[in-house]
Design a protein around this ligand. Sequence first.
Ligand SMILES: [Zn+2]
Length: 271
Amino acid sequence: MPRSFALLLLVAVALGAVAADPAPKADELLTVQKGALPVIISAPHGGRKPIPEVPERVGKGVAKFATVLDGNTAELAERLAALLEQDLKAKPWLVVARFTRKHLDVNRPREHAYESEKAKPHYDAYHAALEEACKAVKKQHGRGILLDIHGQGEHPAAICRGTQNGKTVSLLVDREGWSAVRGKNSVLGRMELFGYKVLPAGDAPLNTKEEAAFAGGHIVSTYGSHTAFAVDAIQLEFGSHLRAKDKVEPLAKDLSEAVRAFYDAYLKDGK
Ligand SMILES: [Zn+2]
């Protein structure tokens, strides 16, 4: 092969390698699945893709500014949804961010969520999907649960509960008492039965406060049952050890069984 041709070929291959990894399209930045179950799964901080033309946020003047990835929470949310569908023969609602938190944090009020107008449509899309899910669940079932999936590193072996100390699950607590939030048929109580450490523990005094940093952010505050949506919302903060790559599948399996126990006890016979 003539040398010039070989060189051309090399350039073509190199260009091909670049072209094979283009900037993600808008619809690749969000995963939305419409559901039939009164279960909504949200994962806002597990995305890794850049939003085209958006610079990294700097967070000037923003309280609780964070850009850290909640590693493997997008994968956990998707596996949870798939296992629930398999078990209950119907789909849960699913909203998963694929965009990096460095560019957009949808678990913050709009004014703290993004710094570039190019990120705005993705903020709107995430919240439009959650709002649609909550409205549909309320209309079809009269009640439901939203699980907002996160990761934390402060308590690596534990799951932290975030309900703003009961506020975002107020309808559930009014209807069923605290056992529906921390008893054996609650999502977190069942995880405790499976051997996971949960904070606050199910047998802690009832007035035990949730971990301040993980007590519930913008998503559970916006869609919890203290609002008009009538869906109980729990922020679940999984410790880093629980989210290691080889732990995601067993964690998703246990979590799907815990959600199933909650569904059987508290949601199945809804409207
Ligand atoms: Zn998070």
